[in-house]
Design a protein around this ligand. Structure first.
Ligand SMILES: Nc1ncnc2c1ncn2[C@@H]1O[C@H](COP(=O)(O)OP(=O)(O)OP(=O)(O)O)[C@@H](O)[C@H]1O
Ligand SMILES: O=C(CO)[C@H](O)[C@H](O)COP(=O)(O)O
Length: 408
């Protein structure tokens, strides 16, 4: 799969729309809508990709919007903590606001939880006999309007779903950040919302692993019984299959978590095989690769430079197709014994968008206590965090360059 990509930036007079700033109802100035285009010549095709056209928009939109989809208890919060850490600074709930707010704000990012767009509260869902995963329990019109407004630089009054009481609380003000992450069950379900995402991620946790994680959290930390955990997973499954799982076909990156293949018939779910499925032809994103871009590679790094106890570690990399799209897949099966030795693996990965040698290892060591730090979930989540930083910086650079070109 030969891929060569050339970008040239040019304002296109015919496609350039300029509108004067207007005031929003909250007094925030709307952005000047200046659209520019950078030309992309890509010898690889990417069918179904929403950005497979030969021209990509380099817009003056204020906020970069990232979608993160996964079922409940599948590691979204952990991933968000890793992502926020890449940008530096701590993420905190809005100051002086609702103590049960689901929002997390840092200098660069604002993470909103799409549970806040539940249109039915806990009692309402019970009365109607629908789960929170059912689109009928969610307000997609409002979700679209508000995410679009934030992307355009306009603050919104976003509702709050209170997980403690199960009620819909009075709204909270969300100001446009540099990067807005919308995380939850349905970021790619509604086409209008999907189309305004600059980048999207799906955490695809296999049933066996999801079960093991749920038991670990809900039994050990929340005192639930094994039977109640099983019943809750079973009750959600039809709606999960119908409404959540299909979103992975739209994701730019899927982190798939499976049981290991290194231990025959493993049913403990402790050692994991993790795949990083990366769509080709996505604006401002070039997939990570191992050794040689486009080749098919199998690598066992254990030996002099990497300590591995049973069952060892195996990496793989290569091209594939996923829901009809060309993808590059990097895979890690097994777990690290010593995180400081990860530098050896990092030095064989390319396109990781690090700012200095060893940044991935540094991030992993910094959060060694987070779930998944010894395996591919932590490694690939950290790398996707660096890729999002890079995507954000590319979008900003593209915007600045286009504005300078327009002025000249
Ligand atoms: N990579 C991982 N490896 C092992 N366990 C994990 C991993 N990620 C998450 N878990 C387990 O799953 C639990 C839920 O993780 P997390 O809170 O990040 O998920 P979530 O999707 O935000 O959940 P929720 O939507 O229910 O708040 C953790 O407490 C941990 O037990
Ligand atoms: O799937 C979920 C997303 O987090 C929750 O189950 C949903 O938001 C309903 O929340 P609660 O169980 O607190 O009423």
């Amino acid at each position: 799969m030969a891929v060569s990509t050339v970008y040239t930036i040019q304002p296109l007079n015919s496609s350039c729309s300029i509108s004067t700033p207007t005031k929003s109802h909250l007094g925030f100035s709307q952005k000047q809508q200046v659209l520019f285009f950078s030309k992309r010549i890509n010898t690889s095709s990417s069918s179904n990709s929403r950005r497979s056209s030969s021209e990509i928009a380099c817009s003056a939109e204020k906020t970069v919007v990232i979608g993160l989809a996964a079922d409940s208890g599948c590691g979204k919060s952990t991933f968000m903590r890793r992502l926020t850490s890449v940008f530096g600074g701590a993420a905190e709930p809005p100051r002086g606001g609702n103590p049960d707010s689901n929002t997390l704000i840092s200098d660069t990012t604002t993470v909103i939880c799409l549970d806040d767009y539940h249109s039915l509260d806990r009692t309402g869902r019970k009365e109607k006999g629908v789960t929170a995963l059912d689109p009928r329990a969610n307000n997609f019109d409002l979700m679209y309007e508000q995410v679009k407004a934030i992307k355009d630089g306009v603050a919104v009054d976003k509702p709050i779903y209170n997980h403690v009481t199960g009620l819909l609380d009075p709204p909270e003000l969300i100001k446009p950040p540099k990067i807005l992450v919308i995380e939850g069950l349905h970021p790619m379900y509604d086409q209008r919302v999907r189309d305004i995402l600059d980048f999207s991620i799906y955490l695809d946790i296999s049933n066996e692993v999801k079960f093991a994680w749920k038991i670990q959290r809900d039994m050990a930390e929340r005192g639930h019984s094994l039977e109640s955990i099983k019943a809750s997973i079973e009750a959600r499954k039809p709606d999960f299959d119908a409404y959540i799982d299909p979103q992975k076909q739209y994701a730019d990156v899927v982190i798939e978590v499976l049981p290991t293949q290194l231990i025959p018939d493993d049913n403990e779910g402790k050692v994991l095989r993790v795949k990083l499925i990366q769509k080709e032809g996505v604006n401002h994103f070039s997939p990570v690769y191992l050794f040689d871009e486009g080749s098919t590679i199998s690598w066992i790094p254990c030996g002099r430079k990497l300590t591995c106890s049973y069952p060892g570690i195996k990496f793989a990399y290569g091209p594939d197709t996923y829901f009809g799209n060309e993808v590059s897949v990097a895979e890690m099966d097994g777990q690290f014994d010593r995180l400081d030795e990860l530098i050896y693996v990092e030095s064989h990965l390319s396109n990781i968008s690090s700012k200095f040698y060893g940044e991935v290892t540094q991030q992993m060591l910094k959060h060694a206590d987070f779930p998944g730090s010894s395996n591919g979930t932590g490694l690939f989540q950290t790398i996707v965090g660096l890729k999002i930083r890079d995507l954000y910086e590319q979008i900003v650079a593209c915007r600045v360059e286009a504005l300078q070109t327009a002025k000249a």
